[in-house]
Design a protein around this ligand. Structure first.
Ligand code: ADP
Ligand code: MG
Length: 399
C-alpha cells in the first residue's frame, strides 16, 4: 500500500452528493457530559469542507464499547449537541437502536446540500467489529461517497472503517491525510538524519516498531522501562527495574542488527533509580552497570539526557514513541522533558505517536512545538511497524 498516494476529499466532487464520513467521536464522558472535546474539534475541518462544498453530510462514529447492543449511555447524543454548537447549525441525531433504521433513512432522505446529520454509535451493531457485509451494505446504502477521517480506528477492519469502502467511492479526510503526510512521509522519504526515540513500558509492545525502524533510521534511541531489557542483554544487573525476560534475546538481536546496518543504537548509560514504584520514593542516580539490588530505574540519568539531546540536535526528522521514564511523576519526568526540549529545538520534522507520549508532551507544554502529534495510539504504532492499515488500504488511489 502506498499511503501517500490516497485520494482525499479535495480530489472528488462532493456537491449535491450524500457523503458518509467516519469520524472519531470516541470522546470521554462523565454523567452524560463530554469532558474533553478535542476529537470533535479535530474533526471540524473535514466536516466544514464538506458542508461548504455542498455535500449532504452523514457522520458516524463509535463511542466506547457497547459490545454490539443498544445501550443509551453510549449514545452519540452529547456529540450531536456539541457539533451543533461548533457548526452553528443543527446536527440531527438519527435515534435508531440499529443505527441504520427508519430515522436514519428519513433524515438522510431529507438532507439538503450543506446540511449535517449524525448516525448512532456504530458499535450498537454486533456486525461492526466483525466487518460483516450486511451492516457495511446498510451504511453504504445511505450515501454516494465514503470519507474516512478516523485515524484512531484505521488499524481495525470494521464495517464503518473498511467494509463500507467496498461499496462506495472512498477517500480520506484532512485528519487521516495529515497522519499519512507526516508519518508516511517520515518513513518513506525522511529528511535525514532520521532519529527514532523509543521508550515506554514494554519492549514487547514496540519490538515491531524497532524492527521496522532499524531498516529506515540513522539513529535509534531507547529509553523508558524497555531500556532495562536491553541492559540485561549486555549483562548489566538491573535491580528491580522493568524486565521482560522472554525478550532479552530479541533485544540483543535488535542491537546486533542495528550494528550490522550501521545504525547508531543508543541505550541509557545512567539512570535515576527509586526504592519503590512510588511517586515520592527515595531516588538516586547510578550508572547503567551499577543498579543495586532493591532499586529500580524510573528515568534516564543526566549523562544519558545529554547523550540523547546531542543525538537529537542534528536530526532532520524525529519519530518519537514512548516516554523516557515515569514522566507522570515530577521526580522522574526530567528525561522526557530534556528529550522533548531537544526535539523542539532541533528544527527537525517531528512526529509524536502513542497515547502516553502524546499526553506527556502535551502536559509538559511541548505539543505546539512538534510538527505532528498523531491522534491514534494503536494505529500509529501499527503504521510505524510498517503494517498496512485496513482503513487506509481501502481508500482509492490517486489517478
Ligand atoms: P505510549 O502510550 O506513548 O505508546 P507506553 O504505553 O509504551 O507509551 O508507555 C508509557 C508508560 O511507560 C507510562 O505509563 C510510563 O509511566 C511507563 N514507564 C516509562 N518508563 C518507565 C520505567 N522506567 N519504569 C516503569 N514504567 C515506565
Ligand atoms: Mg500507552
Amino acid at each position: 500500500m502506498d499511503a501517500l498516494n490516497k485520494k482525499t476529499i479535495e480530489d472528488i466532487d462532493v456537491k449535491g452528493k450524500r457523503v458518509l464520513a467516519r469520524c472519531d467521536f470516541n470522546v470521554p464522558l462523565k454523567d452524560g457530559e463530554i469532558t474533553n472535546d478535542k476529537r470533535i474539534v479535530a474533526a471540524l475541518p473535514t466536516i466544514k469542507y464538506l458542508m461548504e462544498n455542498g455535500a449532504k453530510v452523514i457522520l458516524c462514529s463509535h463511542l466506547g464499547r457497547p459490545k454490539g447492543e443498544y445501550k443509551p449511555e453510549f449514545s452519540l447524543a452529547p456529540v450531536a449537541k456539541k457539533l451543533s454548537e461548533y457548526l452553528g447549525t443543527e446536527v440531527k441525531l438519527a435515534e435508531d437502536e440499529n443505527v441504520v433504521g427508519d430515522n436514519a433513512k428519513a433524515i438522510a432522505d431529507e438532507l439538503k446540500d450543506g446540511e449535517v446529520m449524525l448516525l448512532e454509535n456504530v458499535r450498537y451493531r454486533k456486525e461492526e467489529t466483525k466487518n460483516e457485509e450486511n451492516f457495511s451494505k446498510e451504511l453504504a446504502s445511505l450515501a454516494d461517497i465514503f470519507v474516512n477521517d478516523a485515524f484512531g480506528t484505521a488499524h481495525r477492519a470494521h464495517c464503518s472503517t473498511t467494509g463500507v469502502a467496498s461499496y462506495l467511492p472512498a477517500v480520506c479526510g484532512y485528519l487521516i491525510q495529515k497522519e499519512i503526510k507526516f508519518m508516511g512521509g517520515a518513513l518513506a522519504e525522511p529528511k535525514r538524519p532520521l532519529v527514532a526515540i523509543l521508550g515506554g513500558a514494554k519492549v514487547s509492545d514496540k519490538i515491531g516498531v524497532i524492527a521496522n525502524l532499524i531498516e529506515k533510521c540513522d539513529t535509534i534511541i531507547i529509553g523508558g522501562g524497555m531500556a532495562y531489557t536491553f541492559m540485561k542483554f549486555l549483562g548489566h544487573s538491573i535491580g528491580d527495574s522493568l524486565l521482560e525476560a522472554d525478550w532479552v534475546e530479541k533485544a540483543g538481536e535488535m542491537m546486533k542488527s542495528a550494528e550490522e546496518k550501521g545504525v547508531k543504537f543508543l541505550i541509557p548509560v545512567d539512570n535515576k533509580v527509586g526504592k519503590e514504584y512510588d511517586e515520592n520514593t527515595e531516588f538516586m542516580v547510578v550508572n547503567s552497570d551499577e543498579i543495586p539490588d532493591g532499586w529500580m530505574g524510573l528515568d534516564i540519568g543526566p549523562k544519558t539526557e545529554e547523550m540523547f539531546a546531542d543525538a537529537i540536535k542534528g536530526a532532520g526528522t524525529v519519530i518519537w514513541n514512548g516516554p523516557m521514564g515515569v514522566s507522570e511523576w515530577d521526580n522522574f519526568a526530567s528525561g522526557t522533558i530534556t528529550v522533548a526540549k531537544a526535539v523542539a529545538e532541533s528544527g527537525a520534522i517531528s512526529v509524536i505517536g502513542g497515547g502516553d507520549s502524546v499526553a506527556a508532551v502535551t502536559k509538559l507544554g511541548f505539543a505546539d512545538k512538534m510538527s505532528h502529534i498523531s491522534t491514534g495510539g494503536g494505529a500509529s504504532l501499527e503504521f510505524l511497524e510498517g503494517k498496512d492499515l485496513p482503513g487506509i488500504c481501502a481508500l482509492a488511489d490517486k489517478d
